[in-house]
Design a protein around this ligand. Structure first.
Ligand SMILES: [Zn+2]
Length: 94
């Protein structure tokens, strides 16, 4: 049985709500920069979301382990990226 390590678990993403915002996802770009992961969703789900910061900007990264794809939002203000991440958690954006 897998041991629970609560500290590594992030929140679960809520199902998309009616009329949710549609997030534009792009192929990852500037890989060379050091990327800091600020928050992340629980890895028990096949799709995980990470709020990332780099070079004074923020973005959300989406990893789909089933499809083996990684996408990210456009890079924006840290606060705006944090807001998008919160909307994704609440099912208000996807
Ligand atoms: Zn979980």
């Amino acid at each position: 049985m897998a041991r629970e390590i609560p500290d590594f678990h992030g929140p679960h993403v809520a199902p998309p709500q009616p009329g949710h915002l549609v997030v534009a996802w792009y192929q990852p770009g500037r890989r060379a920069l050091r990327i800091r992961v600020v928050s992340w969703t629980c890895e028990c789900r096949p799709t995980t979301y990470e709020l990332c910061g780099a070079a004074g900007q923020g973005f959300v990264r989406r990893t789909d382990r089933d499809k083996r794809t990684v996408h990210e939002t456009s890079w924006t203000l840290t606060a705006a990226a944090g807001h998008t991440f919160e909307q994704i958690l609440r099912g208000e954006a996807q």
